[in-house]
Design a protein around this ligand. Sequence first.
Ligand code: SF4
Length: 423
Amino acid sequence: MNVPAGVDQQAARPPQQQVHPKATRPLPSRLMAAGPGAGIAAHLATFGPLDAEAAAPSLPGMLEASGLTGRGGAAFATWHKALSASRSGRQGAVAPMVIANGAEGEPLSFKDRTLLANAPHLVIDGLLAVGRAVSAAQVYIYASSVSLPGVQRAVAERPRSSGIALVEAPPGFISGEASAVVNYLATGTAIPFDKQGRLSETGFKGQPAVVLNVETLAHIALIARYGPAWFREVGTPEDPGTRLASVSGGAPEHDVVLELPGGAVLTDVLLAAGTNPANVSAVLVGGYHGRWVRPEPYLIAPFGPAHRVVRPGAGVIHSIAAGQCGLQVTAGMARYLAGESAKQCGPCMFGLPAMASVFERLAARVPDPRLPSEMDRLAALVSGRGACSHPDGTARLVTSALEVFSDDVQAHLSGRCLSARWN
Ligand code: SF4
């Protein structure tokens, strides 16, 4: 690229270079319809302006009618958060804070950074609209170091949005947990705290906090413009709209962010990402706190029976190839998660390393028949015992691995491995 003399080379980069390298395919997207690296001009040309003030009164009702659920992992009803915070703001003396959460500490996720690189103005629109709707005292964008420079440029394009506080999220799996986010803003420590009630009601030291994933806010910006009926034109009645998914597992250059309709079929998603389900041994859906399943036509949706539905969680779909040992892969994840405990709850602090050790022995083909039952015992012991869902998520990962890789477990207990690499 030729850069004229006197022009800063960094600033003169074409906008495509802001796109996360994993977003290598065209995004047939509602959310990224303004194109790669869209600045304010492309954003307004595609979506038109959004008057946050005018949208505020009807926003909670529109969100309820849309059926939008959070896209950060918990799939909580978005309207309920907004409404309870606005009630708290009206009834109490302390106005709420609203936080756009782009920390994305999940190792297999790259959809939030891709969204922030391509559609930061939709996230800002959504944040300002919710801020107005709940009469927020302060609005924040809390984003990873990868995303923050692009967000800063986007905010600078909108002088009237200068009230947004930008905060760099510290690295780590737990730093994006909602109460850890609020704790970090209040005290500088990104660890969860034991909540007395919902953050959107009781918040931190009496100040309600609405923490919304950046993708959730981008959907809100579109619902505020086009209405709940438009949002429901895609997806299913139970799972309306679209969601972004970070799809990975093959060669890294094939990792891709896809925008999926609600209730998408897992095997269709694999095919859309260029992966033949026949060549896949298992798929981790939801991320490190998610669930292993076989590559079968599960619906990807936040609600429904486990034999038919797999929850999208943080929007991660990660496949492992036939011939890869799922027990070894899971052992590495369990050890990582044990290291990410904030070490303030006993079951998490001691239980997760113990689970990781048992799983490592299983992965290493130690012929001890007590290992699976010990894993089950530890998983039951830590579940529901932490201040946050970290122990539950870790337990979900390892118990799903024992189930899906049950043949591998039996082989490992007799000193063998079904993985082609070991035979
Ligand atoms: S459960 Fe674990 S990660 Fe969560 S707050 Fe307690 S120690 Fe920290």
